[in-house]
Design a protein around this ligand. Structure first.
Ligand code: CTP
Ligand code: CA
Length: 226
């Protein structure tokens, strides 16, 4: 059993992990979403459990979650925020791997939108809540780890998110690289820390990336017990 072999440096720490791509309903049969599979978040949940943490996985992914951890299923950004807010005071570490839909339909049609005779359909969208920015404002002892999914200017964009959302660590990945990002079994990531420290990882299976992220979190001065 991997749990017996892993270091127990997260023993009894309360870790919240978010996973998957949130979905914003348009009508009873359609939603706005993204290609996130949830695999990176699931790997983080599993890795934190292996290291002794008390893990809650808040997931918008339809994949079966790791059996060892507590699971909360959500669909929208608002539901994901509510699930986090409920548990935030008691949490030590939040790992925000979910790909949150940035926009949602202003109105949700009560019935299926019919194609009818209309040549085009115009959907009005409004921004969803920025969950990490909200959590940053509530932050006390909690360590916040964000992800940055980028298609260009990886380090500049990820660095900006690290500062804007006042994170303790951001895990940057270029989702256009083969072997990285959405749906892949592996990932290629770079860690950016608030002081300007940077660490580039090679292509690794997502469970290995997850353990490296947990290793990086233990180096933070705010890590409990340091
Ligand atoms: N995030 C969030 N709430 C949102 C959008 C994103 O908490 N409404 C979190 C994601 O879970 C991730 C981090 O913010 O940990 C960065 O997400 P990303 O989509 O890369 O960045 P955005 O801030 O949404 O900016 P953009 O999509 O425009 O690049
Ligand atoms: Ca986004």
């Amino acid at each position: 059993c991997r749990r017996a072999l892993a270091p127990q440096d997260y023993r009894d720490l309360v870790v919240l992990v978010t996973a998957g791509g949130t979905r914003e309903p348009l009508d009873p049969v359609r939603y706005i979403g993204n290609y996130s599979s949830g695999k990176m978040g699931y790997a983080l949940a599993r890795a934190a459990w292996e290291r002794g943490a008390r893990v809650t996985l808040i997931t918008a992914s339809p994949l079966p979650p790791p059996p060892e951890v507590e699971v909360v299923r959500v669909q929208t950004a608002a539901e994901m925020l509510a699930a986090l807010e409920e548990r935030f005071t008691g949490a030590d570490i939040v790992l925000k791997a979910a790909a949150v839909a940035d926009f949602r339909p202003v109105a949700r049609a009560a019935q299926k939108i019919k194609k009818g005779q209309q040549g085009e359909l115009i959907i009005h969208l409004e921004p969803t809540v920025d969950i990490l920015a909200c959590l940053s404002r509530m932050k006390e002892r909690q360590i916040l780890v964000g992800f940055a999914a980028e298609t260009e200017d990886l380090l500049a964009n990820a660095g900006q998110k690290l500062r804007d959302k006042q994170l303790d660590l951001i895990v940057a990945n270029d989702v256009t690289r083969p072997g990285a990002g959405f749906g892949s079994e592996t990932n290629i990531v770079t860690f950016l820390f608030p002081g300007g420290r940077k660490e580039e990882l090679p292509q690794l299976p997502k469970l290995e990336v997850a353990h490296r992220i947990l290793d990086a979190v233990t180096t933070l001065s705010r890590f409990p017990g340091r």
